[in-house]
Design a protein around this ligand. Structure first.
Ligand SMILES: *[C@@H]1O[C@H](CO)[C@@H](O)[C@H](O)[C@H]1NC(C)=O
Ligand SMILES: *[C@@H]1O[C@H](CO)[C@@H](O)[C@H](O)[C@H]1NC(C)=O
Ligand SMILES: *[C@@H]1O[C@H](CO)[C@@H](O)[C@H](O)[C@H]1NC(C)=O
Ligand SMILES: *[C@@H]1O[C@H](CO)[C@@H](O)[C@H](O)[C@H]1NC(C)=O
Ligand SMILES: *[C@@H]1O[C@H](CO)[C@@H](O)[C@H](O)[C@H]1NC(C)=O
Ligand SMILES: *[C@@H]1O[C@H](CO)[C@@H](O)[C@H](O)[C@H]1NC(C)=O
Ligand SMILES: *[C@@H]1O[C@H](CO)[C@@H](O)[C@H](O)[C@H]1NC(C)=O
Ligand SMILES: *[C@@H]1O[C@H](CO)[C@@H](O)[C@H](O)[C@H]1NC(C)=O
Length: 252
């Protein structure tokens, strides 16, 4: 009888934290932002995740001085020629039709991405602070002349502070990020790894993970720790209960 009871409480003890953990995870899952981009903005185009492109800038001595491996998506608003109004468009940069170039100096590095027929010129400028040995994306500019644009699109912001990294390390972010440039342009980045300074031999330095990725990893750790704690409590309760019932047998 006591055996049955003990087995039941053991089973309950194990399933309860499992259910709890599942519920916890469910709660977090609904809080997390949706991974599929909104389709309402551009119904004629499917804003899938962009492919990752391998972009490189070579310095004056022929070795790579800037490396970037990332997927880029432009979120751009411009006046449409055919619709005669401002439209919002989501456009993925296609690595196969994108060329990279640029230049590297001691305290600034430039990555220029140019698409087919030079209809899109996208420029990233990274700045290095030689006092703190930290780098960041300080400037983005985009000029575009797409078929449906009523006029040339140009957006530039020279006071940005994104993608912060440390000299000698590469910056890495698996999570999607939005870099807002001007009211008319933002850039969504996907699975970024880049290094604008301090490369050694055409290879990325050790990766520094972005805050978003660390936050993402925290959730399973918290759930796991909670689960382990509950299992431990149940196990202790079971052992104490067994000890008590053994003591009971001995007195009889
Ligand atoms: C090339 O130049 C970079 C600085 O721009 C320097 O760090 C690197 O050591 C140089 N590589 C060679 C092979 O000289
Ligand atoms: C594009 O930008 C607009 C406004 O800035 C925003 O409402 C929309 O969610 C963005 N879309 C994507 C796919 O990033
Ligand atoms: C954004 O685009 C609209 C037209 O599409 C233009 O009138 C406006 O000046 C632009 N804003 C900026 C900050 O470039
Ligand atoms: C485009 O819209 C503006 C007002 O928004 C109007 O003045 C102009 O006539 C329109 N052009 C065409 C070709 O429909
Ligand atoms: C890009 O090129 C690679 C090989 O050069 C090919 O495997 C891939 O399918 C191409 N992707 C697109 C979208 O054309
Ligand atoms: C470089 O970093 C130092 C220390 O963090 C800071 O005091 C300084 O203002 C920075 N310089 C620039 C040009 O941002
Ligand atoms: C992109 O840059 C090239 C070379 O500087 C230029 O010829 C082209 O007109 C530019 N395209 C746009 C859309 O500004
Ligand atoms: C440039 O970016 C900064 C920081 O995100 C923002 O405060 C500023 O309004 C932007 N400038 C323009 C012209 O959009």
């Amino acid at each position: 009888m006591t055996q049955m009871c003990r087995v039941q409480s053991w089973c309950l003890g194990v399933t309860l934290p499992l259910i709890l953990a599942a519920a916890l995870h469910q709660g977090f899952a609904t809080v997390a932002p949706p991974t599929t981009p909104q389709t309402t903005a551009a119904p004629h185009k499917d804003p899938e995740r962009p492919e990752r492109g391998n972009y490189l800038v070579t310095g004056s001595n022929g070795t790579a001085c800037l490396l970037a491996y990332m997927g880029l998506q432009l979120n751009i608003s411009f006046t449409s020629f055919s619709q005669n109004k401002t439209v919002q468009d989501i456009v993925n940069l296609q690595p196969n039709f994108t060329k990279s170039s640029g230049s590297c100096e001691a305290e600034s590095a430039t990555l220029r991405l140019t698409t087919d027929a030079e209809k899109t010129n996208l420029t990233f400028v990274f700045a290095l602070n030689t006092t703190s040995n930290k780098y960041h994306l300080s400037e983005v500019s985009l000029s575009a002349a797409w078929p449906d644009m009523k006029e040339h699109f140009f957006a530039q912001n020279r006071s940005l502070d994104y993608l912060r990294g440390t000299l000698g390390y590469s910056y890495m972010c698996r999570e999607e990020q939005t870099l807002s440039v001007t009211p008319n342009l933002s850039i969504n980045t996907f699975q970024v790894q880049l290094q604008p300074f301090g490369l050694t031999g055409d290879k990325f330095g050790a990766a520094e993970e972005c805050q978003l990725d660390e936050d993402d990893m925290l959730i399973p750790i918290i759930v796991g720790a909670a689960l382990a704690g509950l299992v431990l409590i149940v196990l202790l309760a079971y052992l104490i209960g067994r000890k008590r019932s053994h003591a009971g047998y001995q007195t009889i």
